[in-house]
Design a binder for this molecule. Structure first.
Ligand code: SAH
Ligand code: SF4
Ligand code: F3S
Length: 442
């Protein structure tokens, strides 16, 4: 019994990456060793994402592949966890998909029990969403080779209901994790040699943890962590433009160990589209925030998510997105075309009426523009010296190391005497749209 092992494959966002580590810890406690070899596993879990149809299709495909493993090993258990589990529930028991276990994002503590039920050849499901679960007391089992940089969840869920987005339905209501348990987790990471943590939430700016009469907001939490861990580089994501306050930027300015990077997804550069998306800010308000941010933190890098082809998006509205991108000059952006998600407000009230070929063309225009902006932004770094946290060997050349600077840009350089986990100074000598290339400064 105690020689069982679990293999977990993770899709979707960083929250899911961190959740898989929570799941690995919960299962480890009941005797499931974590394995990276799927053929050795007694239990295979797919931690899934519902954000776009394409993300779900990949998981369906994968479930079909995994079926073959089961024909070789009838005792193998297959579980679908995460956002697709929450959205599709018992549909995942379909004869064609053959899941044995379905567990939503708030029912991971229940997994050992679900496994037992499934072992008795019964379908095991729990998709109950909680208003309080934060897994605060669970010390995540850190997965993968990277022992330098880690995610730390500070909140779960989302209350924003952007009209296109499935997350509030799959993740439930927003709740913040006990500040002390967050600090405790970072303490443990520091003791194990970690050098960087990224605080995670769908909207970190609305973090609010109340105990008795005291509420800790995000700026206060960030400052507490920055002060307590001067040798750890601290990052956070995602910030929501409607909630991102100046107080957070001032905290960043006061503490050099907070990464000079803000991910501030705009989605669209058109106020009318933003209103249909229920984003609760205008183009002008967004641009003012960016101006203020750069005034207080001139060296900050700014990244974004951009979503094109939303309901009724006109050519003019699309052009507004392109012009906003030029005006802001993002260092990097994640770019998507709209994918209607069943159950969202948009799916009920707003027709998905931009033709696919128009979506593709607009997305290509956005990608081409962003590539050229990233190239220019990165070229402006040539000659600068950055502190880089070394994370590993570069993929292409084993004499080169790769790491990231405070701005969260990837930097590659000949290794010299530097080691993984060191903070080193690197002078930038060349760049591409995706990377900075440099040399060690002694
Ligand atoms: N909480 C974060 C983002 C979470 S989802 C935020 O508010 O910014 C990550 C990104 O996926 C979103 O920023 C959006 O650009 C994209 N996205 C969300 N729903 C989508 C949909 N229905 N179709 C295409 N892209 C979507
Ligand atoms: Fe989705 Fe909006 Fe919440 Fe982000 S803020 S997770 S886009 S609903
Ligand atoms: Fe996907 Fe769920 Fe994250 S839908 S983006 S895995 S919160």
């Amino acid at each position: 019994m105690n020689k069982r092992s679990v293999y977990i494959e993770t899709y979707g966002c960083q929250m899911n990456v961190n959740d898989s580590e929570v799941v690995a810890a919960i299962l480890n406690d009941v005797g499931f060793a974590y394995t990276e070899d799927i053929t050795q596993a007694h239990l295979i879990l797919l931690n899934t994402c519902s954000i776009r149809e394409h993300a779900e299709n990949r998981v369906f495909q994968r479930l079909h592949e995994i079926k073959k493993l089961r024909s070789e090993n009838p005792a193998l258990l297959i579980g679908v966890i995460g956002c697709m589990a929450e959205r599709l529930r018992d549909q995942l028991f379909d004869n064609d998909l053959l899941a044995d276990i379905v567990a939503g994002p708030d029912s991971y503590r229940n997994l050992p029990e679900l496994v037992t039920i499934a072992q008795n050849s019964k379908k095991a499901i729990n998709t109950h969403l909680s208003e309080t679960e934060t897994y605060a007391d669970i010390s995540p089992y850190r997965v993968g080779n990277n022992r330098i940089s880690s995610f730390v969840s500070i909140m779960r869920g989302c209350n924003n209901f952007c009209s296109y987005c499935i997350v509030p339905y799959t993740r439930g209501r927003e709740r913040s994790r006990d500040a002390e348990s967050i600090i405790q987790e970072i303490e443990t990471l520091q003791q194990t040699g970690y050098k960087e943590v990224t605080l995670l939430g769908q909207n970190v700016n609305s973090y609010a943890f109340t105990q008795g009469k005291n509420t800790t907001n995000f700026a206060q939490l960030l400052e507490k962590i920055a002060q307590k861990f001067p040798h750890i580089r601290i990052r956070f994501t995602t910030s929501h433009p409607k909630d991102m306050g100046e107080d957070v930027v001032h905290v960043m300015a006061r503490h050099a160990n907070i990464g000079r990077w803000i991910h501030l997804p705009v989605q669209s550069g058109s106020t009318s589209v933003l209103s249909r998306m229920n984003r609760k800010y205008t183009r002008e308000e967004y641009l003012q925030k960016i101006a203020k941010l750069r005034e207080i933190l001139p060296e900050v890098s700014i990244t974004s998510d951009i979503l094109c082809g939303f309901s009724n998006e006109s050519e003019e509205e699309h052009a507004d997105t392109l012009s906003l991108m030029r005006e802001v000059g993002y260092d990097l952006a994640y770019m998507f075309k709209y994918s209607e998600r069943p159950g969202t407000l948009a799916s009920q009230k707003m027709p998905d009426n931009v033709p696919e070929e128009v979506k593709i063309r607009r997305l290509n225009e956005i990608i081409t523009l962003q590539n050229s902006i990233s190239k220019t932004q990165n070229a402006a770094d040539i000659g600068k010296i950055f502190e880089v946290l070394v994370e590993g060997r570069s993929k292409k050349d084993e004499n080169e190391l790769k790491g990231r600077n405070s701005q969260n840009k990837t930097v590659i350089f000949p290794k010299g005497n530097a080691k993984v986990g060191d903070f080193v100074n690197v002078r930038i000598t060349a760049s591409t749209s995706a990377t900075l290339i440099g040399e060690l400064v002694e």
